[in-house]
Design a protein around this ligand. Structure first.
Ligand code: SF4
Length: 202
């Protein structure tokens, strides 16, 4: 039996409120080099390879990692005809570049820059319930090639419990998976880490 495989490869965009929010996005050159490698190495005609265009990835990264100044860029690009950029034939990369330039912004500021750990992110005022310090622990562990054990086996006090404690008490049950709402375990990993992130960067 012949098997046909369709492999869709997306370029990683480190998103806010995740352990990789400090990480830079690949440059266009790096994305193209990696995609070319896959195209060269996956030549089996039973394997169909598809990938995300670098321009699409960069636009996704600017929009998801940007700050409030991006609002003007989006509005200007929209006025200039950028409306259905997710459709390949409607992607108006030059329009976006012109909009960035018009507002004096360098798009690479939002993408190709490893963020220092003391940087205040544009999204820091939005709570996703998980503590920034917890995300940073995950980030550091990833650099060491480590992962956490399933937190249902060992709660790391990520921040969800205090945020949703009232909701949790009102809706008890197994569905939550997290431990019962009590004080966080004293001997877990999170309890020994300071509230301040160590400054890493430059
Ligand atoms: S068990 Fe719940 S509170 Fe504990 S680390 Fe996991 S998601 Fe967070």
């Amino acid at each position: 039996m012949k098997v046909k495989l369709h492999a869709g490869v997306s370029t990683f965009v480190p998103k806010p409120q995740t352990p990789f929010q400090w990480v830079s996005v690949d440059t266009r050159e790096s994305i193209i080099a990696k995609q070319d490698l896959l195209k060269r190495e996956l030549k089996d005609r039973n394997i169909k390879l598809s990938w995300t265009e670098p321009n699409d990835t960069l636009l996704e990264a600017w929009l998801s990692r940007g700050d409030r100044r991006l609002a003007e860029v989006i509005y200007t690009a929209w006025k200039s005809g950028a409306k259905f950029d997710a459709w390949g034939d409607q992607m108006k990369y030059d329009v976006w570049m012109a909009a960035f330039e018009e507002h004096g912004l360098d798009p690479s500021f939002y993408t190709h820059r490893q963020r220092r750990t003391d940087e205040i992110f544009p999204w820091d005022h939005i709570s996703a319930a998980v503590r920034k310090n917890f995300l940073f622990q995950d980030f550091r562990q990833s650099l060491e090639g480590k992962i956490r054990v399933d937190c249902r086996l060992n709660c790391f006090a990520c921040g969800i419990l205090p945020t949703f404690s009232n909701l949790r008490r009102e809706n008890p049950g197994e569905v939550w998976k997290c431990p019962e709402v009590k004080s966080p375990a004293r001997n877990n990993q999170a309890s020994v880490i300071s509230n301040q992130l160590p400054v890493v960067g430059d």
